[in-house]
Design a protein around this ligand. Structure first.
Ligand SMILES: Nc1nc2c(c(=O)[nH]1)N[C@H]1C(S)=C(S)[C@@H](COP(=O)(O)O)O[C@H]1N2
Ligand SMILES: [Mo]
Length: 331
């Protein structure tokens, strides 16, 4: 994987393979972004068949209100873990911070416009359920308790877009070992905050099964790849990325990587998930990245890199088979 630099030979230019609809969706998105952000991110579009990536503002050193979180935190930047230091081209951080899924705030890709009233400190996280040593810890204390490191991971949404970003965090496994699960604990259930007054998307979809919730098998949660992330691009998470603490499970579709976690619950039976409850046929609990299993409404064979627009082949387990294939060898 270390030789996947800039444009490996399995890259195909997006215009060769992207369906018309994907182009037009992105064009709308760029148009909206360009109009409402007052030129913060300028997009250049030259016809429908050509895509120019974002032009960054020239003063990239100046604080950017979209991507720079207001809170200060210790431990940044964290040392990069050399095991996850592949020489991949990172996704532009401005693009990553303005193309998000966070339905509590917006069903479009623009949660960054709607997070203004979201309060992320103090932030108690309850770790509970079938454990010997339940605890409640503020997100600000996680760095001191568990340490922080940086890891560059591929990230793949079920909607067939992808990015490569440096997360700051620590293996969830460390937290699990600290609370000591009882033998009956077989799954871990995660829950997001429930504050419609701070999250305008919630009130607009009152029939959704809020708060957002997700789950992993205990062995998946214990896998060394599974991260609790508090930062991205060397800084604390901007709110739209799931401040102050989120999950990152890089071999599963992005919806498993639940944001702004308030509760981690160790349970005996497989928990429901937000998206599985909404559309069980489309979003099974396991949700592993697999190019051969199409979504009922689209192919998963390829994915679009969000900043360049390049279309690349999707890899089984998002390329992390050497870490996780053993979890599924019974299949
Ligand atoms: N609480 C919560 N977590 C969430 C979501 C959400 O809507 N609410 N969306 C998920 C989906 S579908 C994806 S692809 C990732 C997107 O993470 P990013 O916006 O930081 O790239 O967050 C996941 N975590
Ligand atoms: Mo997603």
């Amino acid at each position: 994987m270390a030789n996947v630099i800039l444009r490996p030979d399995w890259y195909v230019r997006e215009r060769c393979v992207t369906p018309e609809r994907a182009f037009c969706n992105r064009r709308d998105f760029l148009k909206r972004l360009g109009l409402a952000s007052g030129g913060l991110l300028a997009a250049t579009l030259v016809g429908c068949n050509k895509f120019e990536p974002f032009t960054l503002p020239s003063n990239t050193q100046a604080p950017n209100p979209v991507v720079d979180p207001v809170t200060s935190a210790t431990g940044y930047p964290a040392p990069r873990n050399p095991e996850f230091n592949a020489n991949w081209r990172l996704t532009d951080r401005n693009v990553a911070a303005t193309y998000n899924n966070f339905y509590e705030f917006s069903p479009s890709k623009d949660p960054f416009r709607h997070v203004g009233n979201f309060v992320t400190s103090p932030w108690p996280v309850e770790i509970t359920g079938l454990v010997e040593k339940p605890m409640t810890v503020d997100a600000m204390e996680l760095a001191e308790l568990f340490g922080l490191e940086e890891r560059i991971y591929r990230f793949r949404c079920v909607e067939a877009w992808a990015m490569i970003v440096p997360w700051t965090g620590f293996p969830l496994r460390r937290l699990i070992e600290k609370v000591a699960p009882k033998p009956e604990a077989k799954f871990v259930r995660f829950e997001t905050f429930n504050r419609p007054e701070q999250a305008p998307g919630m009130g607009r979809t009152p029939n959704y099964p809020w708060p957002y919730h997700e789950g992993l098998r205990l062995d998946e949660a214990m896998n060394p790849l599974t991260l609790l992330a508090t930062g991205i691009y060397g800084r604390p998470l901007p709110k739209q990325h799931g401040a102050p603490v989120r999950l990152v499970v890089p071999w599963k579709y992005g919806q498993k990587s639940i944001k702004s976690i308030v509760k981690v619950d160790f349970v005996a039976a497989q928990p429901s998930t937000f998206w599985e409850t909404l559309a069980p046929a489309e979003y099974p609990f396991e949700n592993n990245v697999n190019p051969k299993v199409p979504h009922p409404r689209w192919s998963q064979a390829t994915e679009r890199v969000i900043d360049t627009g390049d279309r690349v082949r999707t890899q089984l387990y998002n390329g992390y088979g050497s870490y996780v294939a053993g979890l599924y060898s019974h299949l």
